[in-house]
Design a protein around this ligand. Structure first.
Ligand SMILES: Cc1cc2nc3c(=O)[nH]c(=O)nc-3n(C[C@H](O)[C@H](O)[C@H](O)COP(=O)(O)OP(=O)(O)OC[C@H]3O[C@@H](n4cnc5c(N)ncnc54)[C@H](O)[C@@H]3O)c2cc1C
Length: 550
C-alpha cells in the first residue's frame, strides 16, 4: 500500500466519545453532530489534552478512584507520541543505521552496490511507530474506564463557592495535525460538562519567526521535518537545541548537506560548555556547517527553496555589514515553543498567564523540591506540562501530572500519603543525536556564575570514551563523562555526558543526585564490566583524583 507522506491537509474532525457515536439517540454522522440529546454530565476530573501529561494524569486519577474524562481534540499521546519524542527517535534509529553502514568496511562488511534510501518507508516506519503507541494509549484509557472525548475543550469557569462546579464546553474541532502550527478550528458546541477539578495539559506549539511563518512546504517546523515527501539536498536548521540537533543529525546521515545557525555562542547552549564545544568540534569535522554567534535576519522563499540571510551577532545585534545568504531547499525553524492555549478559554475567564504560559505555583527554572499544587488562580483548575513553561519535556509533564493529581487526592483523603514534591534539580535533559548528550544538575559555568571556585567549592572529574574498553569494542569512542562534585562532602552537583548511550547512563547520576549520593558512593558501587556505565565510575574516581584508566 502506498503511504501518503505529503503535507496535503489531513484534517481530523473531532466530535466523539471514544469509539462511540456522541449520542445514543441517533447514529454517528461521520463524527459531525446535529442533534445532541446527552444530558449535562458530571465528572470528578476533566483532563484537557491527551499528551504524556494529560493521559498520565487521567490514569493516575482513575487509579485513585475518580470518575475521569479526557478531552483530546487530535490524537491521544499528544506531541510526544505522535509528533515529538517517539517518532523522532524512530527516525534517529534509521540515521544511526546509516552512519554504521557508511563505515561497514571497518567492521569487515563489504556492501556491494549502493544503499538506496526509500524515503517513504523511512517516514512511514516512524509514522507506524507513532500510530502503534497512539493505539496503546487508547487501550489504557479503556482499561482505566476513562471517558475519552474527541473534541475541543474550553474552560468556562472554575469552582466558585462551596459546592460549585467547574464547567467545560465541548465542541467539534477540526485539527490540521500535519502542520507545525497544528491549527485547530473549534466548531459547533456539543455540550457543557461539569466537574470538581480540571487538569489542563494542552502542551505547546512550535514558534516561528515574525518574518518566516511555517508554510507546510519550504519553511518547516518539527512536524514538517518529520513528515514530508522528499529528503532535501540542502537544509538550514535555525536553532541548535535538542530538536534542532536531532534533525540536523538525522538529515545529515540520510545524505543532506546541513547548516546549523545558532544565535548564541555554542550549539546545545543549555549544556555544559565542554559538551557544547565537544559536539561542535566533532560535527564540524564530520562536515556539518555550524554557524554559532549568528542570527537569522530574513528568509525568502524562491521557486525551488529558500534563501536564508544570516549575520554575526555583535553586541547583541546582527552585524548587517557581514550578512550572508545561505541557499537551501528547506529551512527548519527549531527555535523553541510557546504555550498552546488557543480555543481553551475566553479572555473574560481571567485565567492568569505570564509570557503566554499558564501561571501556577510552578516557576520555570525552579530547582528546589517544593510541595507545588499546580493550581491556577481559578478554583479547581490545575495546569501541568509544557503549558506551564519550560523545560518542555515529556518526563516533566508526566511527573507533574502524577504529583498534581496525587496532591488533589491527598486533600480529598483518597491518597494514603502526601506525594513527594518534584525535585526539579534531578530532571535530566537529553539529546538523541550521535553521540548522544545528557546532563543533570549544574553546569560548571552556572557554578562559576554563582561565584563558586574550582578546587575550593567543587572539583571536576572527566573520563573520555577514547580509552574505554566497551566504547572501543563498540566503536563509539567520541565523548566523555564529566562529573562535578561539591567540596568537601563530594555530592554530585552536576553530571554531563557526551557519548553513545548517554541518555541511558544519565539515570544513574540523576538517582545519585536524588539520593544525595557522593562520588565516594558511586565509586563504591560495583559497575559491570564491560559496560559504558564503567565510564561513570571512572569519572567519579577522576573527580577524587583517583582515576585508574588514564
Ligand atoms: C520533535 C520533537 C522531539 C521531542 N523529543 C523529546 C524527547 O526526546 N524527550 C522529551 O522529554 N521531550 C521531547 N519533546 C517534547 C515533548 O514532546 C513535550 O514536552 C511533551 O509532549 C509535552 O507534553 P504535554 O502533555 O504537556 O503536551 P502535549 O504532548 O503537547 O499534548 C497536548 C495535547 O493537548 C491537545 N489540546 C490542546 N488544546 C486542546 C483543547 N483546547 N482541547 C482538547 N485538546 C487540546 C493537543 O491536541 C495535544 O495532543 C519533543 C518535542 C518535539 C516537537
Amino acid at each position: 500500500m502506498q503511504r501518503k507522506t505529503g503535507v496535503a491537509a489531513k484534517v481530523l474532525r473531532a466530535g466523539r466519545i471514544g469509539a462511540e457515536p456522541y449520542t445514543r439517540a441517533r447514529p454517528a454522522l461521520g463524527g459531525i453532530l446535529e442533534a445532541c440529546t446527552v444530558a449535562e454530565r458530571h465528572f470528578d476530573m476533566v483532563v484537557i489534552g491527551g499528551g504524556p501529561g494529560g493521559y498520565i494524569g487521567a490514569i493516575r486519577a482513575a487509579q485513585l478512584g475518580y470518575k475521569v474524562a479526557i478531552v483530546e481534540r487530535a490524537k491521544l499521546g499528544g506531541v510526544c507520541l505522535n509528533w515529538g519524542c517517539i517518532p523522532s527517535k524512530a527516525l534517529l534509529t534509521n540515521a544511526e543505521l546509516m552512519e554504521k553502514l557508511a563505515h561497514a568496511e571497518a567492521y569487515g562488511l563489504q556492501i556491494e552496490g549502493k544503499i538506496n534510501v526509500q524515503w517513504e518507508k523511512v517516514i512511514g516506519r516512524s509514522r507506524d511507530v507513532a500510530a502503534k503507541l497512539n493505539k496503546g494509549v487508547e487501550f489504557l484509557m479503556k482499561k482505566n474506564k476513562i471517558t475519552h472525548i474527541v473534541a475541543n475543550a474550553k474552560v468556562l469557569g472554575g469552582r466558585n463557592g462551596s459546592g460549585g462546579k467547574c464547567r467545560v464546553e465541548i465542541a467539534e474541532c477540526a485539527v490540521n495535525e500535519e502542520l507545525s502550527s497544528a491549527p485547530a478550528k473549534p466548531g459547533k458546541v456539543i455540550e457543557t460538562i461539569t466537574c470538581d477539578n480540571v487538569l489542563i495539559a494542552t502542551g505547546s506549539v512550535a514558534r516561528d519567526l515574525p518574518f518566516a511563518k511555517f508554510d507546510g512546504d519550504k519553511i518547516w517546523g518539527a512536524r514538517e521535518a518529520m513528515y514530508n515527501k522528499a529528503r532535501p539536498n540542502k537544509l538550514v536548521v535555525v536553532g541548535s537545541g535538542a530538536i534542532g540537533m536531532e534533525f540536523a543529525y538525522f538529515y545529515k546521515q540520510m545524505g543532506t548537506a546541513v547548516t546549523v545557525v545558532e544565535m548564541l555562542d555554542t550549539i546545545l547552549p543549555v549544556e555544559d560548555k565542554d559538551v557544547s564545544e565537544g559536539m561542535a568540534k566533532l560535527y564540524k569535522k564530520q562536515g556539518y556547517d555550524i554557524r554559532t554567534g549568528t542570527t537569522t535576519t530574513n528568509i525568502e522563499k524562491t521557486a525551488s527553496g529558500v534563501k536564508v540571510t544570516v549575520a554575526p551577532v555583535v553586541n547583541g545585534k546582527p552585524d548587517e555589514s557581514k550578512k550572508e545568504t545561505l541557499e537551501a531547499d528547506r529551512v527548519l525553524l527549531a527555535i523553541g515553543v510557546a504555550a498552546r492555549t488557543d480555543g481553551l478559554f475566553d479572555d473574560k475567564l481571567g485565567l492568569k498567564l505570564e509570557r503566554g504560559w499558564i501561571v501556577t505555583d510552578y516557576k520555570p527554572g525552579v530547582t528546589k523540591a517544593e510541595p507545588l499544587t499546580y493550581a491556577t488562580n481559578l478554583p479547581g483548575i490545575y495546569a501541568i506540562g509544557d503549558v506551564i513553561g519550560p523545560p518542555c519535556l515529556a518526563h516533566k509533564a508526566m511527573e507533574e501530572a502524577v504529583t498534581c493529581v496525587e496532591r488533589i487526592a491527598w486533600k480529598d483523603k483518597k491518597a494514603a500519603h502526601e506525594p513527594y514534591p518534584i525535585d526539579y534539580s534531578v530532571l535530566p535533559g537529553c539529546t538523541y543525536c550521535q553521540p548522544q548528550v545528557a546532563s543533570v544538575g549544574y553546569t560548571e559555568q552556572k557554578l562559576i556564575g554563582e561565584g563558586k571556585v574550582k578546587g575550593k567549592d567543587y572539583e571536576v572529574g572527566k573520563y573520555t570514551f577514547q580509552s574505554h574498553g566497551k566504547a572501543i569494542a563498540a566503536a563509539h569512542t567520541d565523548g566523555f563523562v564529566k562529573i562535578i562534585r561539591g567540596l568537601p562532602r563530594g555530592e554530585i552537583l552536576g553530571a554531563h555526558i557526551m557519548g553513545d548511550a548517554a541518555t541511558e547512563l544519565i539515570a544513574e547520576l540523576s538517582l545519585a543526585r536524588r539520593l544525595e549520593a557522593t562520588t565516594e558512593e558511586l565509586i563504591a558501587t560495583i559497575h559491570a564490566h564491560p559496560t559504558m556505565h564503567e565510564a561513570v565510575h571512572e569519572a567519579a574516581l577522576a573527580a577524587e583524583g583517583r582515576a585508574l584508566h588514564v
